[in-house]
Design a protein around this ligand. Structure first.
Ligand code: 5GP
Length: 117
């Protein structure tokens, strides 16, 4: 059995996904179970399992991902109000152990609430 993550399979084209943007370091896909009218995932090609597995070696990559989030939010027209979520670990709700940033937009966010729903 392959130990590739679901997202590596999507990156490699082995599993279909709605890819909105991509560059040499990451891809952006629509989430299959959206939690907001706009819900996309920014996924590095490098299969870091969790945010806390990143090291100094990943500093530039992490900065790139954050810049891409802003750029993608602008392209999607949600840059005035969006939320970025990274779940780290099963206890935080992480299901796919390949780092990804959720971008949620086009919904009303409760003040003071940090939840995805
Ligand atoms: P996590 O819970 O790990 O932070 O987020 C994983 C996300 O991946 C979930 O929001 C889930 O809906 C999404 N997801 C799971 N399987 C697939 C899939 O096959 N395709 C796409 N596009 N998204 C998926």
């Amino acid at each position: 059995m392959s130990d590739e993550t679901l997202f590596t399979k999507i990156i490699n084209g082995d599993i279909p996904a709605d890819i909105l943007f991509e560059d040499e370091h990451c891809i952006c896909i629509k989430d299959i179970h959206p939690q907001a009218p706009t819900h996309v995932l920014v996924i590095p090609r490098k299969p870091l399992p969790r945010l806390c597995d990143a090291t100094q070696e990943d500093k530039v990559l992490l900065g790139h991902l954050m810049l891409q989030v802003g750029e993608i939010a602008r392209k999607l027209g949600i840059d005035e109000a969006f939320r970025v979520v990274i779940n780290n670990g099963a206890g935080a709700g992480q299901q796919v152990f390949h780092l990804h940033l959720h971008i949620l937009g086009n919904k009303t966010f409760d003040e003071g609430s940090l939840g995805m729903h």
